[in-house]
Design a protein around this ligand. Structure first.
Ligand code: PAY
Ligand code: ZN
Length: 311
């Protein structure tokens, strides 16, 4: 099988993504640091990349991004990689990027569910969960986006049903991938000023709550930011993203990353984003690589606007 390694030619394997992150680090050591968040169930390293001027002793406000909580959502993963490349490679040539990287620290975890992502390349393209076996069941995996310790397993999660795609795990943070992500974020919680968890698909920019349809205390602020964000995205690609509380614009979920970052870490700007295509598209999770660039641009446009709301 031919190995495609060119940038926009194909969706990258996890090994290629890690290779690219390390290359970005080698290119600019004062700007980039690749780090480990710990190991996955199958003992792979979960890598993150930090991007900021003077990265080795940064005390700047953090914008934290992650992708690939769900294995099959490849366009999410490619978009995190796109954003990281944009921030590093355009640092010296693009004034607005330089400003974003000087003023803020960007921490990006492009693939949270590493084992699952690899499984979607090798075995089952539509796998969603992680790859940890369940006790007393032949069904494998937990939905990492139901495994966070916030209103865990109360709604929109199939408690006790190991075979379900929304099985929340045996207890909050029972899974190494969600646990490692949470422990790391908790350790830098005072600096995190915005958080985005990228998924696909649906073209939605969503705020808290996932677990209930009532509006959270900061919703006015959130809706002002989201409105500006979706307009910026529309200006880039003429793609319309709907916005609002997750429980209203998609459905109720509990134990998801966005609610945990909002409710437990207290980060006002905590968003779950469903990238292209729209809910009406037949394409779903399976996009051609020609989407990598336009969707990456949408993510950058949305994040630039989000950054303007971080003081
Ligand atoms: O934070 O409420 C949230 C996200 C909701 C997502 C979920 O975890 O269920 C929505 C789905 C996702 O990206 O995983 C949407 C896709 C299309 C799906 O698989 O249903
Ligand atoms: Zn998802």
């Amino acid at each position: 099988r031919p190995r495609s390694v060119s940038f926009n030619g194909a969706f990258r394997s996890y090994a290629q993504i890690v290779h690219e992150m390390k290359r970005l680090e080698r290119l600019n050591k004062s700007l980039v640091e690749v780090f480990s968040l710990g190991k996955t169930y199958e003992n792979r390293t979960m890598y993150g990349i930090k991007i900021s001027s003077n990265i080795s002793n940064s005390t700047k406000p953090v914008i934290f991004l992650n992708c690939g909580i769900h294995a099959r959502e490849w366009i999410s993963i490619s978009s995190c990689v796109y954003v990281a490349r944009e921030l590093v490679l355009k640092y010296s040539s693009d004034e607005s990027i330089r400003h974003l990287v000087n003023r803020l620290e960007w921490i990006i975890v492009p693939v949270v569910n590493v084992d699952g992502y690899i499984y979607t390349h090798k075995t089952d393209r539509l796998w969603r969960k992680n790859r940890k076996p369940n006790v007393n069941s032949s069904c494998i995996g937990t939905d990492l986006n139901r495994n966070f310790n916030v209103k865990w397993a109360t709604v929109g999660a199939d408690y006790g049903k190991h075979c379900s795609d929304i099985y929340p795990g045996e207890r909050p943070f029972s899974e190494p991938e969600s646990y490692n992500l949470a422990i790391y974020m908790y350790s830098i919680r005072d600096r995190i000023k915005a958080y985005v968890d990228f998924h696909s698909y649906g073209q939605l920019w969503m705020s808290a709550w996932g677990f209930a349809t009532y509006l959270p205390p900061t919703y006015t602020k959130n809706s002002i930011a989201m409105r500006r964000i979706v307009i910026a995205i529309y200006m880039t690609n003429r793609k319309y993203y709907q916005y609002g509380p997750a429980a209203i614009v998609i459905y109720k979920t509990s134990g998801d990353a966005t609610d945990w970052v909002y409710g437990v870490l207290g980060v006002t700007h905590s968003y779950g984003v469903e990238l292209q295509p729209s809910i009406f598209s037949q394409k779903g999770f399976i996009l051609s690589p020609s989407y990598i660039e336009p969707v990456g641009k949408e993510a950058v446009a949305g994040l630039k606007t989000l950054a303007s709301h971080v003081r």
